[in-house]
Design a protein around this ligand. Structure first.
Ligand code: FAD
Length: 349
């Protein structure tokens, strides 16, 4: 039964970040808060208006070592690893190829991923010069997001489909003494009262194929000269449906275009079939072409506490505690660590 004296938490956004924040709150503080998730797009939607359905959702190192991000990724890696027993995540063998020999000192994640080793020259395909192999985690968003929603619903979390235009409206929904978590991803750029100009999209285009023989994740450098702007190269076998593989992709900063670019699709296909010629058979079927916009933020994720004084509300002037959180390009990979950091702010209230 919901106790009326519980403080009301409104989480704005039902992508992987909003859902994970709700999970951490209801796990750590099962009887202190009443939680409502308010979002324009809900976990079951396959909508290009939010990022979470489109992710490769693979735990893969990105960029140089950053202690703050590493902490989030470390927490999330271990959490995802343990979720394998529930069938929500999948442990997959992975390889990364490089255009030069591997300098192990620069591989900051070697003690975090499992079964790490440097590939012998015979294991590295031409024209690459070095490679590594390790086990990592892949999540299937189409299964994982609905699971999070179902689990949260069983904990009493309410889901409301609503677009919010002004952060004050969310604060009003939270009511007196309420708390708002802002997990709107790219929405933080235009949400009145937040309007974070550092938030920008990173366009990701992929192809989903049926290719049951592809069993490992691979990432490799784009070799064309000059390299087409924003192209990347990877393949990720999906935990389910069986045999589905995501071929990628692009990392196009500040590009808002959600339509499919078939020139990019051709390049993705060409690179994938050059690396794995076995893909280029009649057995491989194209399931879909996909485009999603990753929310990113210059300067990194924003996890901080803000106090919002509402203008005129029904009862009186109220202080509303507002937590704003916006995340960078790899939202799944940071999700549990970032949510824990955000929820720790509750203790400051
Ligand atoms: P979103 O999923 O965008 O959710 C935002 C939520 O806020 C939605 O519910 C939306 O409806 C709601 N909202 C926004 N504005 C409003 C408003 N005004 N009112 C009400 N609701 C609002 N990440 C990884 O970790 N690993 C990967 O391998 C990976 N691969 C990717 C590949 C591609 C092609 C793409 C596109 C993304 C990939 N990502 C990956 C990134 C990952 O998908 C995102 O970082 C993550 O989904 C962001 O989650 P989020 O909850 O912050 O935002």
């Amino acid at each position: 039964m919901i106790r009326q004296d519980k403080r009301h938490v409104v989480i704005l956004g039902a992508g992987v970040i909003g859902l994970t924040i709700a999970h951490v709150i209801t796990t750590r503080h099962p009887s202190s808060f009443r939680v409502t998730i308010v979002a324009r797009d809900l976990p079951e939607d396959i909508s290009q208006a939010f990022a979470s359905p489109w992710a490769g959702a693979n735990w893969a190192p990105r960029g140089p070592y950053d202690p703050r991000i590493y902490k989030m990724e470390y927490t999330t890696f271990n959490k995802f690893w343990n979720m394998g027993a529930l069938g929500l995540t999948c442990n997959v063998p992975s390889r990364i190829y490089f255009t030069k020999e591997v300098d192990v000192k620069t591989i900051w994640y070697k003690n975090l991923v499992r079964n790490f080793r440097v590939l012998s020259p015979e294991e590295v395909p031409c024209p690459f010069k070095g490679g590594i192999s390790y086990s990592t985690i892949t999540v299937n968003p189409q299964k994982y997001l609905p699971w999070l929603k179902a689990d949260l619903t069983s904990r009493g979390v309410l889901f409301v489909r609503q677009q919010i235009h002004n952060i004050d409206d969310a604060a009003e929904l939270a009511g007196p003494n309420g708390i708002v978590f802002n997990a709107t991803g790219l929405g933080a750029r235009s949400l009145i009262g937040v309007e974070d100009p550092k938030v920008y999209p990173v366009r990701g285009q992929t192809i989903t194929v049926l290719a049951p023989d592809v069993k490992q994740c691979v990432a490799w450098p784009v070799l064309e000269s000059p390299a087409p702007n924003g192209d990347t190269a990877y393949m990720i076998p999906r935990p389910a449906p069986h045999g589905h593989v995501l071929l990628g992709g692009t990392y196009q900063e500040d590009n808002w275009d959600t339509s499919i670019d078939f020139n990019i699709a051709r390049r993705i296909w060409k690179r994938a079939t050059e690396l794995v010629p076995a893909l280029n058979t009649e057995k491989t079927k194209i399931i879909s072409h996909n485009v999603g916009l990753r929310p990113a933020r210059k300067g990194g994720p924003r996890i901080e506490l803000e106090w919002l004084k509402l203008p005129v509300v029904k009862q009186s002037l109220e202080d509303i505690r507002l937590k704003t959180s916006t995340y960078s390009g790899s939202g799944y990979q940071c999700s549990w660590g970032a949510a824990e950091e955000a929820v720790e702010l509750l203790s400051e209230l």
